[in-house]
Every structure is written in structure tokens, then in C-alpha cells.
Design a protein around this ligand. Structure first.
Ligand code: HEM
Length: 342
């Protein structure tokens, strides 16, 4: 199953175009905003994008789950206190200790730190963990079959995490109604098109049983295809089952528009997914993306750029972390100490 799903991916990897030049990227582009720019690291780290591209190619070859892992980390970072790498911080009262973040993928978190080390070795400590997260996610989407997304850079890292309460208040729940989802996205200046397009990230990855068994027990959600419900009940015999279910039953490892085709066929996994096809404000958008992958790709890319600019720190705000999992103030190592006291 894994090997079969990887074959089209490897074909895709061979056909990925070279990185566009900065000016080409600018031409295809969306506006720069919030103090971010497309050529932010042009002088300080000219090889940045090629380092990320080649490390991400290897990361996806060894674990295709990194695509889903990175997309979810990126969303959970940006929706809580802005795209400032606060979700990467570890510790007892970190964002990672909040329930929705306990299932972030350790491999994907490790890829970000590994990239940070590779980039520091080449350029020094100039690139933030927040920008590395954005670039790694962007490349993961492209390398798994999705659109090319041009994202302005220059984010800085937060000095501390948001509280667990803030995480829980800001991340939408899988049992949310469309009204709740529209409100949560509107609070971040994202409209219905953005909500539907970004939910398309569920074209990859998995959900644990407890995130959707509300639709299976005690009775099956009438908006779910009965054959699909039987399949899910096999995967999750009880609501407490630790198993997982792929979110796109057709092509779980490829970034495509099959998520929307599944919704039209009543085979969405979460209440929050299937609801998009049951509400007159979002249904036409689901239909449009199910019928036309290019339209989905264009809207997804636009929405990702907007998401990537939420609450960014720039200029002299925040810091460039030495370790993505810790603020720099968490402790000087011996080398720092010697340099500081020279
Ligand atoms: C619209 C509101 C959303 C809700 C309610 C939601 C909820 C969830 C839940 C409950 C899971 C399953 C987690 C688990 O059991 O391990 C999940 C997985 C995932 N979500 Fe979302 N999500 C939403 C939007 C997004 C957005 C905007 C993105 C990215 C742009 C995203 C990317 C993902 C990915 C890729 C996975 C699979 C993760 C993996 O396999 O490790 N989600 N989401």
C-alpha cells in the first residue's frame, strides 16, 4: 500500500521544475505585506531555498507522512499567536502540551530542526524557525503533487509560547459546525473560499478514531455514506480505539483534489469536513474544487500565503532561535558563554 502510493510520488519528484528565480516568483506573485519580502535572504543566505528543497526531497522519500506532519504544524503555528514558530517550543506548559498538538508528528518536528542546523552551517544564524517551517511546508506540498506557492519571508521567532488555553480557544475542533468554522476563519481575515481551500490539506494524512467516532456511535451520521461508515467502524470498533484512518481514502499520500470528490460522495472523515458539503455557503465551493483541481490549487496557494502572514513578527521583534524547540534565553551553551565574555 505504502509502496504503491509512493510510485506516483517518485514520478512527481522527477518532474518538479527548478526553483523560479526571485523575479519570476515576484511576477507570479501575490503582494508582500507586513514587512516580509521575497528576497529577504538573497544576500544573507542565497542557498536557502535549494537547501530546503533538497532536504525535503530526502525527507519525503524516507517518510511521506512528513507532508501531513508539516502542513498541520504550519496551521497550528499560524492560527495560534501567528506564524512565529511558537508551536515548536517544548516544555511542560508549551503549546505542544495542549491536546490538539499532542498528535503533531515527531518526525516532521525533527525535519524542521534538522533543516535549521543545515542552514546555520551554511549561512550562520540568520533564518528563523518560523520561515523554515513555512518553506519546508511549501516544498512538501509541491513535492507531493500540489501547487507551487510563493511566500514572502522575514518572519522572526517568538520569545515564548502561547498558553494552552489560547491553543484550545483558537484551533477549530473536528466537531465544529460550518458556522463555527466560518467565524474562526473570519477572525483571522480568512473567508469561506479560504476555509474550503485550506481544509483541502486533509487530502493527506490521518485522523485518530476519537476525532470522528462522534459520527459512528451511538448512531451513524446520516450525512455519511453507509458503506464508508462500515469501513470506519472496522477501523474504530470503539470510540477509544487508538487506531488512525487516512483522511483521503483515494490518494492518501498525494496532494490533489480527491478530498473534495470524497466530500461529494459523502466520504469525508470529520464533521468539520463533511459539513462543508452540507452548507449552502460552502457547498458550491466544494463542488468547484471537486470538478477542477487547478481551481483548488490556485485558491489553496492564495489562502496559504494569507495564512502564512498571520501575526508575524518582523524587524527587531522576537529573535532567530538557535534551537527551534527552545527560546534563546532558555540557556547559554558553553560556546555562547565564551563568545559573550570575550
Ligand atoms: C478547518 C478546520 C480544521 C479542523 C477542525 C481540523 C482538524 C483536524 C483533526 C482533528 C485532525 C486529526 C488529528 C489526529 O487525530 O491526529 C487533523 C489532521 C490534519 N490536519 Fe486539520 N483541521 C482543520 C484545518 C486544517 C488546515 C487549515 C490544515 C493545513 C493547512 C490542516 C492540516 C491537517 C493535516 C495535514 C492533517 C493530518 C495530520 C497527520 O497525518 O499527522 N488542517 N485536522
Amino acid at each position: 500500500m505504502q509502496a504503491m502510493a509512493l510510485t506516483p510520488l517518485l514520478l512527481l519528484l522527477c518532474s518538479i521544475p527548478f526553483l523560479p528565480s526571485i523575479s519570476e516568483a515576484q511576477e507570479m506573485n501575490v503582494t508582500e505585506a507586513n514587512g516580509l519580502s521575497f528576497d529577504f535572504y538573497k544576500k544573507t543566505c542565497p542557498s536557502l531555498e535549494s537547501i530546503v528543497r533538497s532536504r525535503m526531497t530526502a525527507a519525503l522519500r524516507s517518510d511521506i507522512g512528513n507532508v501531513a506532519g508539516l502542513l498541520r504544524i504550519f496551521f497550528h503555528d499560524c492560527f495560534v499567536q501567528g506564524c512565529d514558530a511558537s508551536v515548536l517550543l517544548t516544555g511542560s506548559s508549551s503549546e505542544q502540551s495542549a491536546v490538539p498538538n499532542q498528535t503533531l508528528r515527531p518526525n516532521a518536528l525533527a525535519v524542521i530542526n534538522d533543516l535549521r542546523n543545515l542552514i546555520e552551517a551554511k549561512c550562520g544564524r540568520v533564518v528563523s524557525c518560523a520561515d523554515i517551517t513555512v518553506l519546508a511546508t511549501r516544498d512538501a506540498v509541491l513535492l507531493s503533487g500540489g501547487p507551487q506557492i510563493n511566500i514572502p519571508l522575514g518572519r522572526r521567532d517568538s520569545l515564548k509560547p502561547a498558553s494552552v488555553n489560547t491553543v484550545n480557544a483558537n484551533l477549530p475542533s473536528p466537531v465544529s459546525t460550518v458556522t463555527d468554522l466560518l467565524e474562526a476563519f473570519k477572525a483571522n481575515k480568512l473567508g469561506p473560499e479560504d476555509l474550503v481551500a485550506l481544509s483541502g490539506a486533509h487530502t493527506v494524512g490521518v485522523g485518530h478514531c476519537n476525532t470522528f467516532t462522534n459520527r459512528l456511535f451511538p448512531t451513524v451520521d446520516p450525512t455519511m455514506d453507509p458503506t464508508f461508515a462500515k469501513q470506519l467502524q472496522k477501523t474504530c470498533p470503539t470510540s477509544g480505539s487508538p487506531n488512525t484512518q487516512v483522511l483521503d481514502i483515494q490518494t492518501p499520500n498525494i496532494f490533489d483534489n480527491k478530498y473534495y470528490v470524497n466530500l461529494v460522495n459523502r466520504r469525508g472523515v470529520f464533521t468539520s469536513d463533511q459539513g462543508l458539503f452540507g452548507d449552502s455557503r460552502t457547498k458550491p465551493i466544494v463542488r468547484r474544487f471537486a470538478a477542477d483541481q487547478q481551481k483548488f490549487f490556485t485558491e489553496f496557494a492564495n489562502a496559504m500565503v494569507k495564512l502564512s502572514q498571520l501575526g508575524v513578527l518582523t524587524g527587531s521583534q522576537g529573535e532567530i532561535r538557535k534551537n527551534c524547540a527552545k527560546p534563546n534565553s532558555a540557556g547559554l551553551d558553553l560556546l555562547d558563554y565564551l563568545l559573550a565574555t570575550e
